[in-house]
Ligand binder design. Structure first.
Ligand SMILES: Nc1nc2c(ncn2[C@@H]2O[C@H](COP(=O)(O)OP(=O)(O)OP(=O)(O)O)[C@@H](O)[C@H]2O)c(=O)[nH]1
Ligand SMILES: [K+]
Ligand SMILES: [Mg+2]
Length: 346
């Protein structure tokens, strides 16, 4: 039996045990066991239980959003509010121990929302279930970093550091540098823009540090040494992140106003259901999805069944053999949000 199953067995037994003087000792033991198993789950260990039990959730829907945050910031409360899935929420830390998927239905798209255990400082080194949580976050299209508005800035910078340390780059694009290792010929260095942070010499030094002596390097933008290193190392994940400050019912209006003005940030209260619609709008923007509706000749468009595309996708991505009415466009025409497309069979 896995640890999660043991936990669930004990929880069931606690639930069916009547609370009275005679069962006091038994209940106490069960709770101690429960605490022990929870602690085991949260310990970094090489045992099977820390491998990823309960984290292998199938991707489904049109996009995936992962909820990352310290314990008890309100991640599960949020999932239960936004989806038809209920995830247990409680005032104690590490209530959630696995990955709990739910679905947000918005503008005809199904967005998979993943509730995850809380993570703490040291998560990247395997503290708590940090490794598993971060591994799931890497698979998401957007990360929601949920923060406790009453705790100021600490949580945000600590978690950014954790994610940074495992190669996750938040709200940054892939540096526009062409880099190709070669068999010989030394390092050929070029740039199409004026560089203020890197020079040919520095690039050479960095490459030598990585034991690379032959390569083609072309800077197409004014990148920093760190960005260049990211390109050499590879394996970086560039993802949009929305900072969501929850529990604004607990702070002053001035503080709410200050947090709301920060870049990539939204302030909400799950408890009082404040600003959740605006959060969805922002999330939609960050996901950069476009809905296309299909219609058959002589019939009205079917607005209940959307085809979801990445922003900037063209007609070709919808499918071939298509013609457009009233406007006819080529296959490379970029689809706009809520376009209607008529499919004509040849
Ligand atoms: N005041 C206030 N409390 C909230 C709000 N949202 C959630 N809470 C409370 O915060 C506590 C923690 O909520 P959870 O949803 O369990 O938090 P979590 O982030 O899932 O926690 P872990 O699973 O332990 O990491 C619960 O007691 C919630 O009722 C809010 O907007 N305002
Ligand atoms: K909690
Ligand atoms: Mg939770």
């Amino acid at each position: 039996m896995g640890i999660l199953e043991k936990i669930s067995e004990i929880e069931k037994e606690i639930a069916r045990t009547q609370k009275n003087k005679a069962t006091e000792y038994h209940l106490g033991l069960l709770k101690a066991k429960l605490a022990k198993y929870r602690a085991q789950l949260l310990e970094p260990s090489k045992s099977a239980s820390s491998k990823g039990e309960g984290f292998d959730v199938m991707k489904s829907g049109d996009a995936r959003v992962a909820l990352i945050g310290f314990p008890s910031v309100g991640k599960s409360t949020f999932l239960s509010l936004m989806t038809s899935t209920a995830s247990e929420a409680a005032s104690y830390e590490f209530t959630t121990l696995t990955c709990i998927p739910g679905v947000i239905e918005y503008k005809g798209a199904n967005i998979q929302l993943l509730d995850l255990p809380g993570i703490i400082e040291g998560a990247a080194q395997g503290k708590g279930r940090g490794r598993q949580v971060i591994a799931v976050a890497r698979t998401a299209d957007v990360v929601i970093m949920m923060l406790d508005a009453t705790k100021g800035e600490v949580q945000r910078s600590l978690l950014e550091k954790e994610l940074e340390s495992v190669g996750i780059r938040l709200n940054k694009h892939k540096p526009n540098i062409y880099f190709k290792p070669r068999k010989g010929g030394g390092v050929s260095f070029n740039s199409t823009v004026t560089l203020t942070q890197c020079s040919e010499k520095l690039v050479q030094l960095i490459l030598h540090e990585y034991k690379i002596f032959n390569a083609e390097v072309l800077f197409r933008e004014d990148c920093s040494p760190d960005e260049f290193i990211d390109v050499i190392v590879g394996n970086r994940v560039y993802m949009p992140c929305l900072y969501v400050y929850n529990k604004i019912d607990q702070i002053s209006m001035e503080e709410v106003d200050r947090l709301a003005r920060k870049p990539n940030s939204v302030v909400i209260s799950c408890g009082m259901k404040l600003n959740l619609d605006y959060l969805l709008e922002m999330l939609w923007e960050y996901l950069a999805l476009t809905c296309i509706y299909t219609k058959k000749r002589g019939q009205r468009p079917d607005f209940t069944d959307a085809i979801i595309l990445r922003k900037g996708a063209s007609v070709e991505h919808v499918g071939t053999s298509t013609k457009y009415s009233p406007q006819r466009v080529g296959l490379t025409h970029t689809m706009e949000h809520e376009d209607v497309i008529q499919i004509v069979k040849k």
